[in-house]
Design a protein around this ligand. Structure first.
Ligand code: SF4
Length: 126
């Protein structure tokens, strides 16, 4: 019951604020409270290199680059220092098997810390 209800509640709360796409492994605290899944390329580790001179996206020219926003917010928002430091950490690839599930449940069960076989961050944190 809770497993079905929580994703609905989570989406209802996070969609209006962050345009949450329910990836099931929330990294808002690492990205200046900016959802990286709204990047058309769904990148998790910073800009693709195609950022336009005006700071907008190469795929959607009318849209500001999510990662430019994420960086600016990481600097300007009054976030905890440890969250600001998370910005520079290497995040694992998105686990598409978690799509649609509650990141809150996955945080508690630590399912969101499981990474693909063969993938490891250089710092050994994942
Ligand atoms: S990182 Fe995932 S769970 Fe967090 S707001 Fe974005 S889509 Fe939603």
């Amino acid at each position: 019951m809770l497993k079905k209800l929580l994703p609905v509640i989570e989406h209802a709360l996070k969609k209006p604020i962050w345009d949450c796409r329910m990836c099931g492994q929330c990294v808002l605290h690492s990205t200046g409270m900016t959802c990286p899944m709204t990047c058309p390329k769904t990148l998790r580790n910073g800009p693709c290199g195609g950022v336009r001179e005006d700071g907008n996206c190469e795929v959607k020219p009318e849209m500001p680059c999510i990662w430019v926003k994420a960086y600016d917010r990481t600097i300007s928002l009054p976030l905890p220092k440890v969250w600001k430091e998370h910005y520079n950490e290497l995040r694992p690839p998105v686990d598409m098997q978690l799509q649609g599930t509650s990141s809150w449940i996955n945080l508690v069960t630590k399912r969101d810390q499981q990474t693909p076989v063969g993938w490891a961050a250089p710092d050994g944190k994942h």
